[in-house]
Design a protein around this ligand. Structure first.
Ligand SMILES: [Zn+2]
Length: 151
């Protein structure tokens, strides 16, 4: 179950790291994902993350499954600025439980606070800061880019 065992060929159906589940406040959005047991939680100070207090875990798209009830195209979508990030949110409760970050077009950013508490049992985490207020200067050299790469 160790994440270090995650050879590319195992990722299709095998268990890599741990299985987490989460969703929005009302339950209209539910998902599962695979993530390392030790989670890197990104705290960002860009204009929108600062407002939302957004701490998130970035995973490869392959490791994330949206289970519904709401399908992706039924969610609200907010874009601004470069319009590269896709800020999906539940149309009922307004919570952004996951989104596609500008930093990781091949990944999803999952809101740490939207992960089910019972699924976080056995995980540890560390908080890393991303200086999104100075995005262009920060993205190069930040390890956030690698978080969505399939190992
Ligand atoms: Zn909701």
């Amino acid at each position: 179950m160790g994440v270090a065992e995650g050879a590319a060929g195992e990722r299709g159906g095998g268990e890599v790291g741990c299985a987490l589940a989460g969703g929005c406040h009302c339950g209209g959005v539910r998902f599962r994902l695979r993530a390392p047991r030790h989670l890197v939680v990104w705290s960002c100070n860009c204009s929108i993350c600062r407002m939302k207090g957004n701490d998130h875990v970035v995973v490869p798209k392959l490791d994330f499954v949206l289970e519904s009830p709401a399908a992706l195209d039924e969610l609200g979508l907010y874009q601004f600025g470069s319009r590269q990030a896709l800020h999906y949110f539940c149309r009922t409760c307004g919570v952004c439980a996951f989104y596609q970050p500008r930093s990781n077009p091949d990944g999803w950013a999952v809101t740490y606070g939207c992960l089910d508490r019972d699924s976080l049992g056995g995980t540890t985490h560390e908080v890393q800061h991303f200086d999104g207020e100075n995005w262009e200067a920060s993205i190069e050299g930040s390890s956030i880019v690698g978080m969505s790469k399939v190992a």
